[in-house]
Structures are given as structure tokens and as C-alpha cells.
Design a binder for this molecule. Structure first.
Ligand code: SF4
Ligand code: SF4
Ligand code: SF4
Length: 264
């Protein structure tokens, strides 16, 4: 996709004092958009009210998720005790090709029509802490920055965790292989200027339709684009918590074109 270079400044008014960037031509600003729900649900989750009645808390989606991205809400949780959710600050969804979580859901709380990327819409990424972005100053990715992701990856060995290096093995089950591959991609970024969010965005076939790095104040900065599905991988991978997901929000709800700006 031919992208025009553009800078977008967004004031997002979710009560978080959010600043964000948006794409798709001209300067875009965030609307005064307040999400009705605070929990990010797995791919294919139906509208929240319906979801709360349809999710029978069986944990089938959680069992089949190869990235260990899905949790069940506990008694102190934010919404719907026992229902399935994703906390992207801990582990995002990596948009598995066949969406096993969706297929495993016995009730349709995760809509079976949503087992292809075109039909998945979990939410929309936003920038919540612009000044913390390492790309603005060209700060390089260190082992320490990616270490927390090694630390919360349960399927690797203690020595792999300690050495911050995974050793793929032909006998590894698919789940282990997938998570090791993610860690390898992360480790490959060590010593490079941070653009982890854009470089590891799992949106297919073209991650740059969902996020890309653009010039800003002499450095770079992530630009959220309209194909973003709100999977939250970028939220997990960002070392400085620059990004968050507005669950169920659409690009059009969160971003609007500023008056007087040119169309792309
Ligand atoms: S698409 Fe894959 S990584 Fe994402 S929640 Fe479903 S099973 Fe987990
Ligand atoms: S920018 Fe990419 S990684 Fe981030 S939420 Fe959107 S699709 Fe997922
Ligand atoms: S992951 Fe993206 S948002 Fe986070 S510091 Fe790096 S470039 Fe900035």
C-alpha cells in the first residue's frame, strides 16, 4: 500500500488524558469517545451485553490458545466473573491463522464467522503515553526491555528464561514453537532503534495497514492505521506502555479527520 507520510495529533478523551496518532490521509484527531466496556475480549466476541450472557465460562478458548493470551475473569475482576478476556499489558492476542479460540467456543460468544482476519474486530489501539515512546529519541532495544516478556512466557525452560535466548527444538509442540518464535523475533530487535510495536504487529497480510512508524520531531513515532483490529500485541511488546486498546471501538469511532485537512 502506498502510504503518504503524514503526522497526526490526536487528543483522546477517554478520561485517560490520551494522546494518539491516526492514519488514512490528512490530519486525524481523536473524538470524544468513551468505550462502554473496559475489558478486551478474545477475537470474535459478540457485543458485550450479549457476550456476558453467552460466555458460559467454560474456558475452552483459553485451553486452545497457543499464546496463553486468554484468562477468565476472577471474582475481583472488572466484568462478568468467569468470562474470558485478554489483558494486553500482560499478553496480547497474536491473531492465529485459524483462530482456534473462536472455533472452540461452544456457544457462539466468540462468533464463528469471525475466524478470518477480515471479520475480527477486537478494538482499536491508541497512544496513551506519547512522551514515553523510545522511537522519538531513537533509543535502542535492550535485553532488559524484552526480558519481561521472557519472564512471563511459561512454556520455555528456566535456562532459556535466564539466558534471554530460546533454543527451538524440532520436537517442540506447536504452542512452544510459536511462543519461541515470538521471543526470537523480539531478541532479533536487540540493539536496534525501538519500533517493536510496528515490526511485530501480527496483522496479516500487511501489518503496515494497521501500524507504521512515521516522522515526528526529528524521531519516529507509531501511527495507528484503520486496519488495526485491536489485538493488543503492540501493547504487550511496547517496553514503556505507550499504547492501549479501546475494546470494541472502531477506527471511525476513535478518530476523525480534522476540518480543513487534505484527503489522502
Ligand atoms: S487468535 Fe490465537 S492468540 Fe489470539 S486469543 Fe485466539 S487462540 Fe489466542
Ligand atoms: S496495531 Fe497491530 S499489534 Fe497493535 S492492536 Fe492493532 S493490529 Fe494489533
Ligand atoms: S514499541 Fe512502539 S510505542 Fe513502544 S516505545 Fe517502541 S516504538 Fe514507541
Amino acid at each position: 500500500m502506498q502510504e503518504k507520510k503524514r503526522r497526526q495529533f490526536i487528543k483522546q478523551a477517554t478520561g485517560l488524558g490520551v494522546l494518539g496518532l491516526a492514519a488514512a490521509g490528512g490530519i486525524w484527531v481523536a473524538k470524544d469517545f468513551k468505550p462502554e466496556i473496559s475489558r478486551l475480549r478474545p477475537p470474535g466476541a459478540v457485543e458485550e451485553k450479549k457476550y456476558l450472557t453467552m460466555c458460559i465460562k467454560c474456558g475452552q478458548c483459553l485451553q486452545v490458545c497457543p499464546y496463553d493470551a486468554i484468562k477468565l475473569e476472577d471474582i475481583d475482576g472488572k466484568a462478568g466473573i468467569g468470562t474470558a478476556y485478554i489483558d494486553p499489558l500482560e499478553r496480547g492476542c497474536y491473531l492465529c491463522e485459524a483462530f482456534p479460540c473462536v472455533l472452540a467456543c461452544p456457544t457462539g460468544a466468540l462468533d464463528h464467522e469471525s475466524n478470518v482476519i477480515e471479520n475480527v474486530h477486537m478494538g482499536m489501539a491508541i497512544v496513551v503515553n506519547e512522551s514515553a515512546c523510545l522511537a522519538l529519541e531513537g533509543t535502542k532495544v535492550t535485553q532488559e526491555m524484552i526480558g519481561r516478556i521472557y519472564d512471563h512466557t511459561a512454556v520455555i525452560s528456566e535456562s532459556e528464561r535466564h539466558n534471554r535466548k530460546v533454543v527451538p527444538n524440532d520436537n517442540d509442540p506447536e504452542k512452544v514453537m510459536l511462543q519461541k518464535t515470538l521471543l526470537q523475533k523480539l531478541s532479533d530487535q536487540e540493539g536496534k532503534s525501538c519500533s517493536l510495536c510496528a515490526d511485530l504487529c501480527p496483522f496479516t497480510p500487511d501489518p503496515s495497514a494497521a501500524i507504521g512508524m512515521v516522522d515526528k520531531n526529528g524521531g519516529l513515532f507509531p501511527e495507528i492505521r484503520d486496519a488495526c483490529v485491536g489485538c493488543g500485541a503492540c501493547v504487550e511488546l511496547c517496553p514503556t506502555k505507550v499504547l492501549q486498546i479501546l475494546p470494541h471501538a472502531t477506527y471511525a469511532e476513535v478518530y476523525k479527520k480534522k476540518k480543513g485537512t487534505k484527503n489522502a
